[in-house]
Structure formats: structure tokens, C-alpha cells
Design a protein around this ligand. Structure first.
Ligand SMILES: C[S@@+](CC[C@H](N)C(=O)[O-])C[C@H]1O[C@@H](n2cnc3c(N)ncnc32)[C@H](O)[C@@H]1O
Length: 245
């Protein structure tokens, strides 16, 4: 798959990323809602697995785990964090895997980087095709309130070997959040600059539910993580659980 069609934006940020704390929360939700319902040693696909912390936590529980991500650099760290897992470099919108998984999970708002409903439906089709009958699909998405801001904001972060400025804006008409990031990194004594744009989409819960139904998912449960599940770390996020027929 070429770089034009694979989402690789996270390559430049991979050295900074750690999903460990959020992965512990994801594991807690998966244990509560789906893990008790699938056989021990089930095969789980972590879609958009990032640096592999959730993959490792699931491996430690005895599951067989495959991680898939569009960023080669994120997978580089994932292979270090979860050396016993299998990893696939691919894009959630285009991957094709046989129906071998008991569950597919996509944690920490990863699917919001899929910025059109049409493409989100492609992701759902690919997940459906990769699941065994009765297999589970679990994911979470930011609600609009996580993005809303009256005017563009900028934040910065720096250490001795990197400096980063992030200019964030949200378009409520299009429901599109944009982060324009300028990153300077000290590599082999030279400062290197990268300009990056991260775009995320705030989906309505109803459109996500109807897309899942259209693809064939059933037993769809939807929770507001902060209000219904009492998970303060996931305030403003919706969690979806559903099954293949
Ligand atoms: C916010 S990180 C979350 C990583 C991980 N799921 C976690 O819980 O820590 C989003 C991840 O999604 C991946 N990603 C975004 N869009 C993707 C796509 N279309 N295909 C594959 N990976 C994608 C990025 O490369 C990144 O690793």
C-alpha cells in the first residue's frame, strides 16, 4: 500500500506517543462488556493499535492479538511494547483480512481520523469481513463537545530535543477539527522541522449507529463514557459495542 493511500501522519509523533494509561481504561471497558463473552485465547484485532500498549495488555490476559496501524513508526514502538504480537502495516479504510477474529477493537478515538461517513462505512465493512460470526466490535469516538472552541487555540510543548506548536481549530458546519502542528526535532545535532495536519471528524451518534446497522452489525449498545459508564478519563467520548450476525 502506498503512502498516498495509507494514513501515516503519526510517523512523526510516534516517538512522543504513549497510550498506556488510556489502554488500561480501554481494557477495563473491554473486560466489562465483551471479554467475558469470548473464549479464552480468542484472536483479537486491535485496529489502529498505535504503539501497542493495549495489544500487550490483551496478550498478558492470554488472548492472541494482532495489531494493525497505518504508521510504520507507531508499529516500530508497538513491536517493542508487544514483542509476541503480530502487526500489520495497513489502513483501516482498505484492509482485507479473513473472518478469523473473535473481536475487533479500536480504542482511543482512532476512527475519528477517518473523516467522511463513506470511509467510516468502508472501515465497518472491513471489520465485519474480518470477524467470525457473533464476533464483537468495540470502538470509541469523541463527541463534538471535545472539539468545540469559540476561536482557534494554540498550545506548545518543548524539551531539550524537540519543540512543538499546535494550532487547533474546529469548523462546526463541517464538524471537522484541524490541528496544524509544527514540530522541530534535534536529530544527530541538527534541528529538523516537520509540518503536520491532523484532521478529525465529530460524528453524530445516530449516523454511526445507522452506518453500523447498514453494514449488518447487530446488538448495538452505545454509552456516553463519562455520563453512563462513570469513566472520567473518557469524558466527552461515546463507546460503541456491536456484533456480527
Ligand atoms: C490516537 S492514536 C490511538 C492509538 C491506540 N489505539 C491507543 O489506544 O493508544 C490513533 C492511531 O490511529 C492510527 N490511524 C489513524 N487513521 C488510520 C487509518 N486510516 N488506518 C490505520 N491507522 C490509522 C494512527 O496511526 C495512530 O496510531
Amino acid at each position: 500500500m502506498s503512502l498516498e493511500t495509507r494514513y501515516s501522519q503519526y510517523d512523526t509523533l510516534a516517538f512522543l506517543y504513549s497510550g498506556l494509561e488510556s489502554s488500561k481504561v480501554s481494557l477495563m471497558l473491554l473486560e466489562k462488556f465483551i471479554l467475558q463473552d469470548i473464549p479464552n485465547e480468542s484472536h483479537i484485532l486491535d485496529l489502529c493499535c498505535g504503539t501497542g500498549e493495549l495489544v500487550q495488555l490483551l496478550l498478558e490476559k492470554g488472548y492472541q492479538v494482532t495489531g494493525l496501524d497505518g504508521s510504520e513508526e507507531m508499529l516500530h514502538y508497538a513491536r517493542e511494547n508487544a514483542p509476541d504480537a503480530e502487526f500489520i502495516l495497513d489502513d483501516s479504510r482498505f484492509f482485507k483480512l479473513p473472518p478469523i477474529f473473535h473481536a475487533v477493537v479500536s480504542a482511543n478515538n482512532s476512527l475519528s481520523y477517518v473523516t467522511s461517513l463513506e470511509e467510516l462505512i468502508s472501515v465497518f465493512h472491513n471489520v465485519y469481513a474480518a470477524l467470525q460470526s457473533n464476533g464483537w466490535f468495540a470502538f470509541d469516538l469523541n463527541q463534538e463537545e471535545r472539539y468545540e472552541t469559540d476561536e482557534p487555540t494554540s498550545t506548545s510543548d518543548f524539551t531539550d530535543d524537540y519543540a512543538m506548536i499546535d494550532c487547533f481549530s474546529y469548523d462546526p458546519e463541517e464538524k471537522i477539527a484541524k490541528s496544524n502542528l509544527v514540530m522541530f526535532r534535534l536529530i544527530n545535532g541538527e534541528w529538523q522541522r516537520s509540518n503536520l495536519t491532523f484532521i478529525q471528524k465529530a460524528y453524530f451518534t445516530a449516523e454511526v449507529q445507522s452506518a453500523l446497522e447498514k453494514v449488518g452489525f447487530t446488538e448495538i449498545s452505545i454509552y456516553d463514557a463519562g455520563r453512563n459508564l462513570g469513566v472520567p478519563q473518557m469524558e466527552g467520548r461515546t463507546v460503541y459495542f456491536c456484533r456480527k450476525l
